[in-house]
Ligand binder design. Structure first.
Ligand code: ACO
Length: 353
C-alpha cells in the first residue's frame, strides 16, 4: 500500500542529460572504399550517412562514464541540485544502471560497477540491463521502480552505452553499415512534484514487451554458455551480431506502431498532446513506415541516425541529450520514447520533461 501511495504522489523526473560520442567519424564513403557498398545504397536503405567508432582501448564503460559525468555536470550548471561539484553529486546517487549489449567484461563485473567505481558513487547500487536496443527503456523503468519503492532512495544515473564496433563483422555489408558507438545518460530524481493529476511531472507511464520466439533474428551466437569458444579452436572472426534484416524490419514497424498506440490509449491522450517522439535510431525507413501507418508527420519524430547510425542502447539517451541541450524540448513538454531490438524486446515511456 505504501508503494502505491508513494508512486502516486512523487514524480520521477529527468533533471539532466549527457552524451559521449567518439571523435573518429566514419562516413559511408569511407566504408565504400573497402566494402562493396555505396553512400547512395546506405542512405536510401537506412538514412545513415556516418557513424562514430571508438578507438582501440576504449570500452563501453569509458563512454558511459563520460556521458554520466556530463549529466552530473549539467545538473550542477543548471542549478537542478544543491550539490556544488560532480563529486559531491555522485555521492548522492542511489543507483547506477547501464544498458548495454557490449559489456566491458563477459558476465562479470558489470559495466555499471566499473562506472560506479570511476565516478566514486560510493553509495550506489550498480547493475547492467540487457534488453538490446530496448535497454534504456527497461533501465529507466527499473530505476523509477526502485526509487519509488524505497523512501530513502532519491537519485539514479541511467546510461545506455555501446561499442558495437567490437561485435560487428566488418566484412558483412548487410550489418556493418548499420552500427555506431556512443553513450547517453540521464540523471533522474524522485521529487515532490505530483506524478498524476494537475501539474503532474516526470515519468508517467512505461510499456515493456518481449517476444523471445524471435530471438534468432538478432543474435550473437558464439561466446555464451550455449556455444562457448573451445580450447584450441581457431576463431576466424570475433563473436559478432547476425541479423535477419527483413524479420527485424517487420517486427520493428509493428513494435513502434503498437507502442505508440498503447501508450496513448493507456494515458487517454492523443498524438497532438505529444511534443516529440524519440524512437530508437535503427533505421529511418522503420520510423517512416510506422509514421505513415499512424498518420504522424515526420517532424514529430526526432531522428539523428544520419550522424550516429544505430547505437543500440545509447540511441535514445543520446537523442534526449541532443534535444535537451539544444532546447528542442523544454520543461512541460510531453515526450514519447520507443525502443525495439534484440530479444526480441520493445517498449516505450511517456515523460513530462
Ligand atoms: N550495400 C549494397 N548492397 C547491399 C548492402 C549494402 N550495404 N547490404 C545488402 N545489400 C544488397 C543485398 O545483397 C541484396 O542484393 P541482391 O538482391 O543482389 O541479393 C540487396 O541489397 C537487397 O538486400 P536486402 O537485405 O533485401 O535489403 P533490404 O531492402 O531488406 O534492406 C536492411 C536491408 C536495411 C538491413 C533492412 O532489411 C532493414 O532495414 N532491416 C531492419 C534491420 C535493422 O534496422 N536493424 C538494425 C539493428 S536491430 C535494431 O536496432 C532493432
Amino acid at each position: 500500500m505504501l508503494f502505491v501511495m508513494e508512486r502516486c504522489v512523487m514524480a520521477i523526473e529527468i533533471i539532466a542529460t549527457g552524451r559521449a560520442i567518439p571523435p573518429n567519424r566514419v562516413t559511408n564513403d569511407d566504408l565504400a572504399q573497402r566494402l562493396d557498398t555505396s553512400d547512395e545504397w546506405i542512405r536510401s536503405h537506412t538514412g545513415i550517412r556516418a557513424r562514430h567508432l571508438a578507438d582501440t582501448g576504449i570500452a563501453s564503460s569509458d563512454l558511459a562514464l563520460e556521458a554520466g559525468k556530463q549529466a552530473l555536470a549539467q545538473a550542477i550548471e543548471r542549478g537542478m541540485v544543491e550539490e556544488k561539484t560532480p563529486e559531491e553529486l555522485a555521492l548522492t546517487l542511489d543507483l547506477v544502471i547501464v544498458g548495454t549489449s557490449t559489456q566491458d567484461f563477459h558476465g562479470t563485473p558489470s559495466t555499471a560497477c566499473v562506472v560506479q567505481d570511476k565516478l566514486e558513487a560510493r553509495n550506489a547500487g550498480a547493475f547492467d540491463v540487457s534488453a538490446a536496443c530496448t535497454s534504456f527503456i527497461y533501465g529507466l523503468e527499473s530505476a523509477a521502480g526502485l526509487l519509488a519503492v524505497n523512501a530513502s532512495r532519491k537519485r539514479a544515473l541511467v546510461i545506455g552505452a555501446e561499442v558495437l564496433s567490437r561485435i560487428t563483422d566488418w566484412n558483412d555489408r548487410s550489418t556493418c553499415i548499420l552500427f555506431g558507438d556512443g553513450a547517453g545518460a540521464v540523471l533522474i530524481e524522485k521529487t515532490a512534484a505530483p506524478s498524476s493529476g494537475p501539474g503532474r511531472r516526470g515519468l508517467l507511464r512505461t510499456v515493456l514487451g518481449s517476444d523471445g520466439s524471435g530471438r534468432e533474428s538478432l543474435i550473437v551466437r558464439r561466446g555464451g554458455s550455449r556455444a562457448p569458444f573451445q580450447k584450441g579452436e581457431v576463431v576466424e572472426i570475433p563473436a559478432c551480431v547476425e541479423m535477419d534484416g527483413r524479420a527485424v524490419y517487420t517486427f520493428a514497424v509493428k513494435a513502434v506502431t503498437d507502442t505508440i498506440e498503447r501508450l496513448l490509449a493507456e494515458e487517454g491522450i492523443g498524438l497532438n498532446d505529444v511534443a516529440r517522439i524519440v524512437p530508437h535510431q535503427a533505421n529511418a525507413r522503420i520510423v517512416a513506415a510506422a509514421g505513415k501507418r499512424l498518420g504522424i508527420t515526420d517532424d514529430k519524430f526526432f531522428l539523428n541516425i544520419e550522424e550516429y547510425a544505430n547505437t543500440s542502447s545509447a540511441s535514445i539517451p543520446i537523442a534526449l541529450d541532443e534535444l535537451n541541450r539544444s532546447a528542442q524540448i523544454k520543461r512541460g513538454d510531453l515526450v514519447l520514447t520507443i525502443g525495439f531490438g534484440g530479444g526480441l524486446t520493445y517498449g516505450g515511456n511517456l515523460i513530462i520533461w
